[in-house]
Design a protein around this ligand. Sequence first.
Ligand SMILES: Cc1cc2nc3c(=O)[nH]c(=O)nc-3n(C[C@H](O)[C@H](O)[C@H](O)COP(=O)(O)OP(=O)(O)OC[C@H]3O[C@@H](n4cnc5c(N)ncnc54)[C@H](O)[C@@H]3O)c2cc1C
Length: 402
Amino acid sequence: MPQKRLIIIGAGILGLATAYKCRKLLPSHRITIIEKESLPGRHQSAHNSGVLHCGLHYKPRSLKARLALSGAQEMMQFCRRHGIGHQRCGKIVVATDQTQIDRLKALQRQGWENGLSDLRLLDQSALRKIEPHAAGTAALHVPQEGIVDYASVVRQLAQDIRAAGHQIRCGEKVTIIKERRNTWLIQTPKNEYLADFLVACAGLHSDRLSLLSGAPPRVKIIPFRGEYYRIRPERQHLVRHLIYPVPDPRFPFLGPHFTRLIHGGVKAGPNAALALAREGYRKTDFNLAEAMDAATFPGLWRFVKNYPQMTLEELRQSFSKRRFCQSLQRLVPEIQADDLAPEGAGVRAQAMSREGALVQDFEWEERKNALHVINAPSPGASASLALGGEIAARAKQQLANR
Ligand SMILES: Cc1cc2nc3c(=O)[nH]c(=O)nc-3n(C[C@H](O)[C@H](O)[C@H](O)COP(=O)(O)OP(=O)(O)OC[C@H]3O[C@@H](n4cnc5c(N)ncnc54)[C@H](O)[C@@H]3O)c2cc1C
């Protein structure tokens, strides 16, 4: 019997993790990953904070809560097995006033509900003992959280997939997807592929891929750029753990924070400024078609109308290092603008509804013989192996019911 064909669009960490899981769950399938860039993992998977989130920030019983917890454990094991850099350095979430202390306690309860048993609430003196330069009247210590070399994880996944005889076709952008009886015809400017099952993990373009295959998604991807600064080496002693603010529960973004880097050093960021191009890594990047697409989406206007202050402040921080630094000084007052050197940016693929709500959980759309991942922002890298396993299981179930 000829082998069945599974096509995955997108060789970011999620497309690769999905292929990695499908190798075992769908052994009769030959897997081909199609990627438009010349190498795997060039977009969100290469421009993130490198943090291993294990489930604190997500609504109990959500996919994010469940898959961050199990995914982080699996990611640690994967890194250990392959000698990939990772470190459980712990995170502290810092409260700077009384309302934040109440939210910190709520965050602790949520973390417990999500399965994080050893969270510890610290008073000011306990906080100073473990993080001497942090501001704050109280903090939550999350010892399980850490940092990971996601670039090496991407390389290792790609290597394992190829070693098992499957293919990763880079430099091919999928431009046409057509249903053909019980299969999908997928075209790039160079080749044509037939798939018995199709999975799309296209990050910043996930809604477009869904549209290409004939199903307009219920949401649109709105790009939010997150900029980073690197802390001058002489000032890195100001940060020992990962230091986060208490997040605003209305948004999935966690607010600029301090992150230790797996290869040494400390960076600060990311903010969350609306971007004028889906792959707009620089402030000046502008894509007319994409900007028009976003500007004619009613959801974006509703979002801006609902959160004008937040939208404006994020843009201001993007253009003013001084303002960016002020937001960091709420966490570590001694940090100065001169301590910060620009360190690139990432662009989040964040799904937004027509009503202007940011989709909080991971989301996919299932169609006949296909699954489109629509929303996989943070903690998508931490949870990638678990989320890839979940997608592989859905594909297996659909194929079994055929
Ligand atoms: C600023 C920032 C900070 C973050 N911090 C963290 C963190 O600390 N911890 C964490 O767990 N997560 C973090 N995340 C989230 C994490 O990076 C993402 O959840 C994860 O990388 C998503 O992986 P992906 O494979 O879905 O997307 P991507 O890595 O974006 O991959 C999608 C791929 O699809 C390809 N593609 C798109 N369209 C086509 C097409 N038509 N044809 C062929 N290929 C196509 C793209 O080229 C790309 O390679 C962060 C993200 C950002 C942006």
